[in-house]
Design a binder for this molecule. Sequence first.
Ligand SMILES: Nc1ncnc2c1ncn2[C@@H]1O[C@H](COP(=O)(O)OP(=O)(O)OP(=O)(O)O)[C@@H](O)[C@H]1O
Ligand SMILES: [Mg+2]
Length: 1080
Amino acid sequence: MEVKTSLLDNMIGVGDMVLLEPLSEDSFLDNLRKRFDHNEIYTYIGSVVISINPYRSLPIFTPDKVEEYRNRNFYELSPHIYALADEAYRSLRDQDKDQCILITGESGAGKTEASKLVMSYVAAVCGKGQEVNKVKEQLLQSNPVLEAFGNAKTVRNDNSSRFGKYMDIEFDFKGDPLGGVISNYLLEKSRVVKQPRGERNFHIFYQLLSGASDDTLKKLKLERDFSKYNYLSLDSAAVNGLDDAANFRTVRNAMQIVGFMEDEMQSVLELVAAVLKLGNIEFKPESRCNGTDESRIKDKNDLKEMCELLGIEQSVLERAFSYRTVEAKMEKVSTTLNVAQAYYARDALAKNLYSRLFSWLVTRINESIKAQAKTRHKVMGVLDIYGFEIFEDNSFEQFIINYCNEKLQQIFIELTLREEQEEYVREGIEWTNIEYFNNAIICDLIENNQNGILAMLDEECLRPGTVTDETFLDKLNTVCAEHQHFESRLSKNSKFLTDHSLPHNCFRIQHYAGKVLYRVEGFVDKNNDLLYRDLSQAMYKANHSLIKQLFPEGNPAKVNLKRPPTAGFQFRHSVGTLMKNLLTKNPNYIRCIKPNDKKASHIFTDSLVRHQVRYLGLMENVRVRRAGYAFRQPYEPCLERYKMLCKRTWPHWRGPAREGVEVLMTDLQVNPEEFSYGRSKIFIRNPRTLFFLEERRKQCLEDLATLIQKIYRGWKCRTHFLLLKQSQITVAAWYRRYAQQKKYKRIKSATTVVQSYTRGWQARKLLRELKYQKRCEEAVTTIAAYWHGTQVRREYRKFFRANAGKKIYDFVIQRIIQKYFLGLRSSMPSMSPIDSSWPSRPYLFLDQTHTELRRIFHLWRCKKYRSQFTEEKRAVYEEKLEASEIFKDKKALYPSSVSQPFKGDYLEITKNPKYQKLSNAVEEKVLLADVVNKINRANGKGTARIFLLTKKNVVLADQKTGQVKASVPLPDVSSVSVSTQSDGFFALKLKEGAASAVKGDFLLSSEHLIEIITKLHRVGTTAADMEQLNIDISDEFLVQFKQDKVCVKFIQGAPKNGNSVSCKRKNNRLLEVSVPTTAA
Ligand SMILES: Nc1ncnc2c1ncn2[C@@H]1O[C@H](COP(=O)(O)OP(=O)(O)OP(=O)(O)O)[C@@H](O)[C@H]1O
Ligand SMILES: [Mg+2]
């Protein structure tokens, strides 16, 4: 369950002054001080919030606090400005009542801050969404822009609002902000040209010079030095806690958010710069020859730069500063301006330029933030107007400001004090009157149309003849002398003749907030607010869109000879409109109090606060509140609002509304002391009772909502059910139809199947019968045929049985042989003589034929092969064949010679010129020429010799010289000996007794041993006169060297000798040839 709290919980002092006991001014102040000391800056008087400026930031404005106060009753939590904002917002949203928040208090009391807090609270609690957030942001961001241009440091407040501001925030029916409208009231423009000691010009000038980039300043022709500008006071240019540069960035950013275009921002800054430049234009006197005084601009540089900034022709402006043209009914008179008048004109232009720029800014912001939707809006107005001011030197501006504050006090009095008390009397409620000061009399002194001060001032300004501030004071002295709140030394009222605190050029008004002394100097001028037409025309000619807009009266096509309304008149008028506007709304008051004059935190100056409490009428406020009723409402809306709380009045009460309310109150058993019945309204004494009613109503509304919900849900469910039922019937009908269709199709197809089976069965039965019939017929035919056949075969058998066997045998054999040959033809082996393949034999009885055919085929293909040979090739093959017959399987060297062709003449003996002599010495054709080694018997070493074989001789010649060493006729050669091994040794053995055998046999070695021996053997075979040459192949043979026979023995050589064959003499009778095994 939600825990209800109250402002009475953990209270410091009393949170609501209505509860203060005893009630006196001192206890009132004590309570305020006590709360202030404990950082409780807010205190209530009923629904009015008193706010004391803490001059430091307190942690009570956080988002958590916003949530805490959101949708809570006013008295539920400790006093806070958020509670008031919430109350106002909810009344606006839920009860459709337009609201206004009136924030009053003197300068520096915290009005502007309070207004911002209210706006930020409302922004935080109202609806959200992209569009809504944009509107909120624009509304909030309008503040920094207007503060930069409209606020300034004064002695009382470092951020004093120098204009009045009233902002209407518009909401839709849901409470979402739609937009807003800002109204501004009289900017204190005199500040532009002159500031009192210790004060500054408007913030924007300092912000621009401190915060703008070098580039921007250059474009604006400005320098970052305050001392360069006459209009900027220097003694307080820098303010503690104010960062002008950072603020400038904030302002630019805010302008962007609000919707200012880049060129608009630039134009605005150009105007600000132009005002600064204007202040630097100075004049010097010059006398004309006709004696009149004239003025000249001292240094035209500033004028030039200003004209460049604003796009004005320099000469035009220069002339406007030198002459004044007065037009009166078709007549134009130009007079020159003296120095004082020129300065006056310059300042008037600066003031007008700035104040018009300010008004334009407000209009421009309004354009951005205005509500788009045309539907009826609910409105919450926030009024933050300049506070009541008493300076040492008070002028027209203070007069106007204080007048405005008087009017606000008047509204407060009207609505809270007078109106309330009068209402009690009117309604016939028992009431003891409470005395209070009504400031209507002061308002009348100022604004009365006949003899009010503003009316007098206007009259004076419009009067022909010389008009000065003194003549104005004289007038006041006559007209207002009797007024009890007007004091002047020279008034007819002799009371003040000796009052030395009242100088002669001043008048004093006893305002509700105290006496203020006004110096009349400047009243007439400021009220007139004259800008020479020459200047406005010069401005209109500017080639700068914004300037042109600001001075529409300068348009020569629209010359208006009528005087413009005076400043006082305009202000009075706009204040009047504002008051009328405020009276249509439900007011919510925030009364701001300033705790000290030092802008310091923690200091509570009793006298200062007491003074404010008095003039704000807070004590009276408490008294009226305590004696009166917190809430009232006419009977009809009251009954309408709460009739659901009683069975008798719900839903309709048929009778007078008052009786209905009485029935209601009795039924609810509200304590009779808590309310009174007036003539047309019921008065509720305590907010508690109202909250009780509201709480019950809320509960009841919830019950009613539940009831409505119940009925609605019932209706909705029933409708839904009926719809479902209807749909179900439709679906079922469709489904049934579909199911029946499906069933019918199934039966139909089943019938067809059964039918087809029956028909098939019948057809097959018929077919069977027909087939049987046919088979019977065929069987008869077959039997008949066989019978006939048997008959015929029986008759002819005796004719072919005797020789049928041989014929069949021959036929079969013939067929087999035919098949054999055809098969052989398709599987013949290749034509290569060395191909040994032959198809296998198919039948045993063909074995011989098969072998014979193989042999014939081989011979045939060999013959075919041989027939391709040429004569030479044939000789070579014959030689090779012979070599094979001699050496195959006998000598290990043979296999390696098979692949070597027998070349014969290895030395090309006939062609080589080196052997020409040798060639000539040999007569026959050389069959073989090669280099051989002749083995020496003495050491077994070889000597290279040319070996020539002809048909008749074997010749050995010197290899180098070609000289014949030995020539052996072939018939002398008896035999040749070679080893069985792979060496090239051979011995040519000669016949004993032959002439050539004198030196003995030859032991030679050659690489071409096989060829040499074969050729030698061949020559022996072919020659008719020679015997067959013997070839002896053995590993040991004898060789005849001269007289001795030497044995040559071939042994398997040891591997250490390498691959070469070596021959060594072992002894006189033995030569050992070692043949390496690898060579074998
Ligand atoms: N609630 C607050 N919390 C902290 N400081 C505050 C608060 N209210 C006011 N101040 C301080 O007091 C200064 C003056 O307040 P503010 O400008 O609101 O006064 P004002 O009543 O609007 O004065 P003026 O009539 O001159 O415009 C602020 O600049 C701020 O420093
Ligand atoms: Mg202010």
